[in-house]
Structures are given as structure tokens and as C-alpha cells.
Design a protein around this ligand. Sequence first.
Ligand code: PRP
Length: 184
Amino acid sequence: MKSPEVEWKAGTGMEILLTEAVIDRRVRELAGEISRDYAGRDVLIVGVLKGAFIFMADLIRRLSIPCSVDFIGLASYHDGSFSSGNVRITKDLETPIPGRDVLIVEDIVDTGITLSLLLELLRKRGPASLGVCALLDKEARRRVPFSADYVGFTIPDRFVVGYGLDYNEKYRFLPDICLLKEIA
Ligand code: PRP
């Protein structure tokens, strides 16, 4: 794991946790690892909407292997119980995945519930393999055991926005990953 670089973003009330440059460096490293691990395989990269769209776009452009892409949309209900009824697919994959090497790309793992349930749902479709690459991991918030195969940064339990991550649908466009001061 890389240590987060903290800076102040002048005039915005935002504290930068991970700068654009730091993210870029780590995305290139992750792409290198994934390219090595999936060499010679026809990998399908699946982005989980919406948060993963920027990370996924950067990651696939750094891969040195060909890949296909698809997206999945989920609605989560974190009500304390842990059953597959808690995650509903709002936009399904367009690609059949039986026999495919599938790599799910997420912006953040928090409680671990969304990804645990998504893996459970997709495993039933019989992919050849199912991996997870998450840019951010808030390990301290885990409520179910979950480890991604590739993690960009393990971060503290603070509210983060930018680089695809939102607060009430705002701030996804920020190029850095920032701590939202008023609720952090
Ligand atoms: C975020 C993130 C994951 C999920 C992680 O999505 O993208 O899908 O929460 O949380 P968990 O580990 O506690 O399950 P969010 O619901 O914020 O939707 P978004 O991607 O559209 O912003």
C-alpha cells in the first residue's frame, strides 16, 4: 500500500487525500499486475456503476493486454441482515459470462456487503474466474469478510469524494480524491 499524501485544495474546503498524480502512479501499477496475471486470457472488465467509471476508464487504458468491457448497476439495501435480497441489479451485464474470466472494478470497498453479494450473484452464472479490483479499501468499516484481489489504497474511515466518488451525486468530477471536511 502507498501512504496517502494529504494536501489542502485551496479555496474549496477540501483536503486532498490522494492527488491525481498519486492515483495515476498506483493505477499504472495495478494495470501492470493485472496485465501480468491475465496475460493470454480474454478478460471481461466489469465496472460497477456509478462510482467506478473514472477508475475503470483509466485502468483499462494502462493495461498492456486486450480486454472487453461491460457495466453493472446495483441498488443496495444495507439493513443489517445479510442476504442476496439486499442487492438488486438495476442494470444487468449485456455480456454472457459463462466460461469467461471476469474482473470486477469498483471504486471503494466499505462494509464489503455489495461486493460479497455481487460475487455471489455472478458466481451462479458460471464464469471461469471472478476477480475484484478496488481502488480504495476502508478496511475498518468491514461488516462481512471480504478481500479484493487488487487494492489501490487502504484508506482511513473518512468520507471521500472525487475521482468518481460522490456525496449526494456531487464531486464525482474532481480529479483528486478528497476528504469532505464538513462530514469527515
Ligand atoms: C459504493 C461503492 C460500492 C459500495 C461499497 O456505491 O461504489 O458499490 O458503495 O459499499 P459497501 O462495501 O458498504 O457495500 P454507492 O452505493 O455509493 O453508489 P455509486 O457507486 O453510484 O456512488
